[in-house]
Ligand binder design. Structure first.
Ligand code: TNX
Length: 528
């Protein structure tokens, strides 16, 4: 039978036709009749009459044939009813694709020349893949919408603006199945994003299987009464609350992403946002700390791992060791955000440690903890990544640390001036859980918003950076926080088209951005 998910927003709209956020987008306009997203940095092409199927020229290597099939399969997964874009055998009336090398192109850059045949030139696999994605997008658009064409002649000469083109997904507040995560990775690849930041733990749930501590996913991945208490307006979203990924499933995500040029960075939140860890492993709680002695913004009492409990480090080191066998990335994100400003101040163990080490207050203790974590990671050959609060209370050595500036854009500049490398993820532009309008019926968060798609699109993360600090601005990232995403419809409504806006900000130079052209383009975007 059919299963209907009833949403709180729909109930509120009973009797009215709900206006989905994407229906508020302007119509936009075509500047050139080619469907490409992110828009390339240089395009000079004439439109052909009709779309044509693309096939591998005779002398295409096995590796390049595989790449063509992989991008064709990506297209088919994203648009299951659409026509094939690439095939290996010649097609009547089709056009052959060739590949060429040019060592002077950047790793992720590509050039496409449209003549009788089509040539994709690159210096590396990354660029070749992006050239094929561009061709697949153009062809897909030409099949899907008569306003879009396939080029007859001309060139696209393209390379990304930033090296870090990220998207984060919170799978803790609501759980996303293994298959859904694979699909999210596909959607990122289609938009030439290259970093998947997998937010695997938070107060509400621990989602990564750790063999040494099965309690983490036994107790920590099954949510209790916390959702109604914390977010009473949302219903309990129970169909998406429980679950975790096995290590093999995580390896499969890493492999899938790797095939599409995406690096997967896991995040394990510490010391804050750890209510589920402390519930699952009660031996990590100072037994003499009174319950309910501090209350952070997330609404979970006493939710920070205690730096003065030695087993805290044993557990975390074990977690890092197991994760290292799953995630080859040199980056590991350890959170570091939103510890309550009075955390640990009633823990006798913490007070004794502070006395011994000469530390004053929560943030100096946090900083002591994070410096030890950084040493642990460095010893394992990993680069520490964290949210901007890592810099509080003295911070950690900036060399080899990468921070994500989320609270506001100015924070990113301050961190860079302190010597940190930064990725810009300001809530005011790039948090995709923010509502998109001032319609009070809309689901979503509000602390930084509303953030309209146009605001996400036109925001320039580099805008206020003094020139001497620009080198430390490594790129941009969208963050998909999921407290509010009780249904998949809400995911689609809030994530699109703003995810594409961030993808274009990450790839396309300022002078090539155009809101009206973008607003027209995003209609072809796949959904979850
Ligand atoms: C702030 S961003 C948080 C998250 C929330 C988000 C909601 C950050 C480092 N902390 O825990 O999910 O706001 O917008």
């Amino acid at each position: 039978g059919t299963h209907t998910i009833v949403q709180v927003g729909d109930l509120m709209h009973a009797g009215e036709a709900p206006v989905r956020p994407r229906e508020r987008l302007p119509e936009g306009k075509l500047t050139l009749p080619f469907a490409l997203l992110p828009w390339p940095n240089q395009i000079d092409a004439t439109a052909g009459a009709a779309p044509v199927i693309l096939y591998a020229a005779d002398d295409v290597s096995v590796a390049d044939k595989r790449l063509m099939l992989a991008i064709d399969a990506l297209h088919t997964r994203l648009f299951p009813t659409a026509q094939t874009v690439f095939q290996l055998t010649p097609a009547l009336g089709g056009r052959a694709v060739n590949f060429a090398e040019d060592g002077s192109l950047p790793t992720e850059g590509y050039r496409i020349t449209f003549e009788d045949q089509i040539t994709v030139t690159s210096s590396a696999t990354e660029g070749r893949r992006y050239g094929l994605i561009a061709l697949a997008q153009i062809l897909h658009g030409a099949y899907a919408d008569p306003d879009y064409k396939f080029p007859a002649t001309g060139t696209i000469d393209d390379a990304p603006r930033y090296d870090w083109r990220g998207c984060h997904l919170d799978v803790s507040r609501h759980f996303w199945s293994h298959d859904e995560v694979l699909r999210v990775v596909d959607m990122l690849a289609w938009q030439k994003l290259n970093k998947f930041h997998w937010h695997l733990t938070d107060d509400e749930g621990w989602r990564a299987e750790i063999l040494a501590y099965p309690e983490l996913t036994q107790a920590g991945a099954t949510r209790g009464a916390d959702v109604p208490a914390m977010l009473p307006q949302l219903g309990d979203g129970s169909e998406t609350k429980h679950g975790f990924y096995t290590q093999d499933q995580m390896r499969a995500v890493v492999a899938h992403a790797g095939d599409l040029g995406i690096e997967v960075m896991p995040e394990i939140e510490m010391p804050g946002h750890s209510a589920c860890v402390l519930a699952a492993l009660p031996q990590l709680v100072d037994p003499d700390e009174p319950a309910n002695s501090y209350y952070p913004v997330q609404g979970y009492f006493n939710n920070a791992l205690n730096p003065a409990v030695p087993e805290t480090f044993t557990v975390l080191e074990t977690v890092f060791d197991e994760l290292a066998t799953i995630f080859p990335s040199k980056y590991i994100h350890i959170g570091g955000d939103e510890v309550a400003s009075n955390a640990w101040m009633t823990s006798p163990l913490a007070l004794a440690l502070m006395e011994k080490e000469g530390l004053k207050g929560t943030f100096e203790l946090q900083s002591w903890f994070l410096r030890k974590i950084k040493e642990t990671l460095t010893a394992r050959g990993k680069i520490m990544v964290g949210w901007n609060e890592i810099a509080h209370g003295g911070g950690v050595p900036p060399e080899g640390t990468l921070l994500m500036a989320w609270e506001n854009p100015q924070v990113g500049i301050e961190l860079a001036s302190q010597g940190y490398d930064v990725v810009m993820t300001p809530g005011q532009a790039y948090y995709l859980d923010m509502v998109q309008s001032d319609d009070w019926l809309e689901n979503g968060a509000g602390w930084a918003g509303p953030v309209t798609p146009e605001q996400s699109y036109t925001y320039e993360a580099e805008g206020d950076f003094p020139p001497e600090l620009r080198g430390q601005m490594r790129g941009v990232q969208a963050c998909i926080w999921c407290e509010h995403f009780t249904t998949r419809q809400w995911f689609n409504d809030l994530v699109f088209p703003r995810l594409s806006a961030v993808a274009e900000a990450a790839w396309t130079q300022t002078e090539n951005k155009d809101w009206q052209r973008f607003a027209r383009q995003v209609r072809l975007h796949p959904e979850l």
